[in-house]
Design a protein around this ligand. Structure first.
Ligand code: ADP
Ligand code: MG
Length: 368
């Protein structure tokens, strides 16, 4: 369920004894009467100024989602939250690679049918997969959703290592290479006419972890805009999207995690852009004192070693999400050239020595 937090909290009054309650009620009625007549006399209506509302969803994309928006009325703010929640939940279920849902073919169903049969799917799944293929091309294969076999190996060794740290081990390279023999993006076949998705290689698995949250957030934000929302901040597990500005006209401030502490290393100010960060600190386990994180370089099949975090600012949250993962697996010269070639995209890299690099227009977003 939603837990809506209205920032202008109304106080709850608790009266002790019954007599007290009666006296207080009379006082309250009298006070209301005075206020109401005062308002009528002065021609004032009920406060119609927008207020800030905030909510948290805990059941989408296995992460914490927070939303801030402005509304004149609590009920209509809650209706917006409900609409957004329903949308994100649909995307979560469609893009889920781990679970099946009643009455729905999702990416789990598609993976289960690898090498068996094309699966009829919702057009939103086909849209995601086509976009992911474009991102694969843009990042020169660094962000590859066909790498599910390799990623599943890392995930199972990571889970086992977290459960039993003393026996934590790395996935054997022969197993990684065997899985990587089944990671060709062309084996993922979109048939728009038939409305189907087919994984033609029986040994292949799709993994959309690098892109699904950003893509879903982008679609949800577009729907909210179409529905008349002009200011909103949405964070799906740190994948942050903004619509418009804050009430006072200033941009939304988004803190960027310091990869080496629990704090932030800087903040950016955005008005309509998304901010997405991928970092080595997000998901990792330790083997013989060395940390192994969750972003796997397709060239080495090992956790990428170029950066400790990559942040992308872009109007498109799906692009930002795909790029953070793709850029993470590229040497700096190549990553920088790619970002500079894209209009409206800025990036901040933290290298393993702790030093930072910014794309040419990134500083314009930096907040004091
Ligand atoms: P997060 O979702 O943790 O914020 P990312 O957007 O960088 O971070 O996505 C990481 C996830 O993407 C991994 O957990 C894994 O499922 C998947 N992944 C890791 N490396 C790659 C890669 N090179 N290409 C495609 N997907 C990847
Ligand atoms: Mg990503």
């Amino acid at each position: 369920m939603l837990s809506n937090i209205q920032t202008d909290k109304k106080e709850t009054l608790h009266w002790g004894k019954k007599t007290n309650r009666v006296i207080q009620k009379i006082k309250l009625f009298a006070l209301c009467g005075i206020l109401l007549s005062g308002m009528l006399l002065s021609g004032c209506a009920i406060d119609q100024s927008p207020k800030r509302y905030e909510t948290v969803f805990l059941d989408v994309f296995d992460t914490v989602t927070t939303v801030i928006l402005y509304d004149t009325d609590e009920n209509s703010a809650n209706a917006r939250f409900d609409e957004l929640h329903a949308l994100l939940l649909e995307y979560h279920q469609l893009f889920d690679i781990y679970h099946a849902y009643d009455g729905m073919n999702n990416l789990y169903t598609v993976n289960q049918n690898a090498g068996i049969a094309p699966v009829s799917v919702d057009a939103r799944i086909l849209d995601l997969i086509e976009y992911a293929k474009e991102m694969d091309t843009l990042t020169n294969g660094r962000m590859n959703i066909a790498m599910g076999g390799v990623l599943a190996l890392w995930q199972s060794y990571r889970d086992a290592g977290l459960d039993d740290p003393d026996n934590a081990a790395l996935p054997p390279m022969e197993e990684l290479e065997a899985a990587n023999a089944h990671a060709n993006i062309d084996s993922i076949i979109v048939d728009r006419t038939a409305g189907t998705l087919y994984v033609s290689d029986p040994e292949m698995q799709i993994d959309v972890g690098a892109i699904a949250k950003g893509y879903a957030a982008e679609q949800a934000v577009a729907a909210m805009k179409a529905d008349g929302v002009s200011e909103m901040l949405l964070s799906v597990g740190g994948n942050v999207c903004s619509i418009g500005t804050r009430l006072d006209g200033t941009g939304w401030k988004v803190g960027i995690q310091d990869p080496y502490s629990d704090g932030t290393m800087c903040a950016v100010q955005v008005a309509g852009q998304s901010v997405v960060t991928s970092g080595t600190y997000e998901r990792y386990y330790t083997v013989n004192g060395v940390r192994y994180h969750h972003i796997i370089d397709p060239a080495t099949l090992m956790p990428s070693t170029y950066y400790d975090s990559v942040t992308v600012v872009s109007e498109n949250s799906a692009l930002a999400d795909a790029l953070t993962t793709g850029l993470f697996c590229m040497p700096y010269e190549e990553a920088s050239a790619l970002v500079e070639s894209l209009s409206g995209v800025e990036a901040l890299w933290v290298l393993p020595d702790g030093s930072q690099r910014q794309s040419s227009g990134f500083s314009a977003y930096l907040a004091e």
